[in-house]
Write a protein that binds this ligand. Structure first.
Ligand SMILES: [Cu+2]
Length: 151
């Protein structure tokens, strides 16, 4: 088991999720990308070894799509959530970092900037929702896990 590192995100309105889960497939894929009223939330529910990389299970309250709302994955001791955003410098006044943008959901394997080869000593893997501009949607909504036991 991986230890919860930072924030345990509680999902918002159960009613919203119930409606989402009840929609037919097509309507669900088309409409569920928008952030619910409480905002887009994503979390890591499990991490395991996948060769030299990590297999990660995500849980989100929206359906990630690269050209719309999607996920940013990064090594947490390397960068703050505000750095893994296209507007890091213009909006948050921090240096822009490296992240891997993905809509591979819910089962993802670390790659690109989120590859195990890019962790530079840290063992903390993070995820946060981002929008079509690759801006982090809410710098308060992210989750990081210490994945040391899977490295
Ligand atoms: Cu992005």
């Amino acid at each position: 088991m991986t230890r919860k590192f930072a924030i345990s995100l509680a999902f918002g309105a159960a009613a919203t999720l119930a409606i989402w889960g009840g929609l037919p497939g097509a309507a669900r894929a088309q409409e569920a990308n928008a952030c619910p009223v409480d905002g887009c939330i994503a979390k890591i529910t499990s991490v395991s070894k996948e060769g030299d990389e990590l297999a990660v299970e995500f849980e989100a309250n929206f359906m990630p799509e690269m050209s719309k709302n999607h996920l940013h994955v990064w090594w947490g001791d390397r960068f703050d959530v505000k750095q893994v955003s296209n507007n890091a410098e213009t909006e948050h006044s921090v240096a822009q970092g490296d992240w891997h943008p993905t809509d591979i959901y819910p089962s993802y394997v670390t790659t690109g900037a989120a590859s195990v080869t890019q962790r530079e000593g840290t063992t903390v893997l993070c995820v946060s929702p981002a929008d079509r501009n690759h801006d982090i949607i809410d710098a308060e909504e992210f989750m990081c896990l210490d994945v040391a036991d899977q490295l």
